[in-house]
Design a protein around this ligand. Structure first.
Ligand SMILES: Cc1cc2nc3c(=O)[nH]c(=O)nc-3n(C[C@H](O)[C@H](O)[C@H](O)COP(=O)(O)O)c2cc1C
Length: 193
């Protein structure tokens, strides 16, 4: 099942084809695929090369643990994430290793790592559905996340089901002209035409 975005300009296939399914084939992931997803995340850029990302990965084969990890999602997300191959909790290190001060770019950098992971997953026929609808304290307790780290999001990773339940919602984005400005805020950049 693919849900290719109706892009207005050419982009890499793995960008156009990335989407967030709510229906998965209930099967496991290869170790090699998992390694490559996190290798992609590893090579994300980050402020001062701090690499503030940390990931906790729970695979569906870990029956009881997978069930407890699902319990760290809000009900609406738990309902569809149960068939995913793995749940990943994306966690940020909040302070700079170099001087202990708050890393104000930690969440930004964690997001970049997840973006690269998602694109790598797409290129491998996998899908990643990120979730803000989580119970961070439950997840932190379950996984033993120490002080100084924040559980920011979860992601379901798996093989999109051939026929998604209820069909896939249409992909949409606001036009570039509403997001990309020239020197003056609100005025579309000239290269957009
Ligand atoms: C940080 C973040 C939090 C999200 N939280 C949820 C969520 O809790 N539940 C959900 O179903 N989708 C969630 N999503 C998925 C978005 O709704 C989805 O990416 C968006 O609608 C665009 O669809 P697409 O990813 O298929 O292009 C989240 C995505 C991101 C990046």
């Amino acid at each position: 099942m693919t849900m290719t975005a109706p892009v207005g300009h050419p982009v890499l296939a793995a960008i156009a084809e990335r989407w967030s399914p709510k229906s998965y084939e209930p099967r496991g992931l290869d170790d090699a695929d998992l390694c490559s997803l996190f290798e992609a995340a590893r090579w994300a850029p980050s402020s001062f090369n701090e690499q503030p990302w940390r990931f906790v990965v729970v695979r569906r084969e870990q029956d009881a643990t997978f069930g407890r990890a699902l319990a760290g999602l809000v009900d609406a997300n738990r309902a569809w994430a149960r068939d995913a191959s793995a749940l990943v909790f994306a966690i940020a290190s909040l302070n700079l290793a170099r001087n202990g001060r708050p890393n104000t770019k930690a969440l930004y950098d964690l997001g970049q790592a997840m973006a690269l992971l998602s694109v790598e997953a797409t290129a491998r026929g996998l899908a990643v559905h990120q979730m803000g609808g989580i119970l961070p304290d439950s997840i932190a307790e379950l996984c033993g996340v120490p002080e100084g780290f924040q559980v920011v999001t979860a992601a379901a990773i798996g093989y999109p089901a051939t026929e998604p339940e209820g069909g896939g919602a249409a992909r949409s984005r606001r036009p570039l002209r509403e997001s990309v400005f020239g020197a003056t805020w609100g005025r579309p950049a000239e290269f957009l035409g």
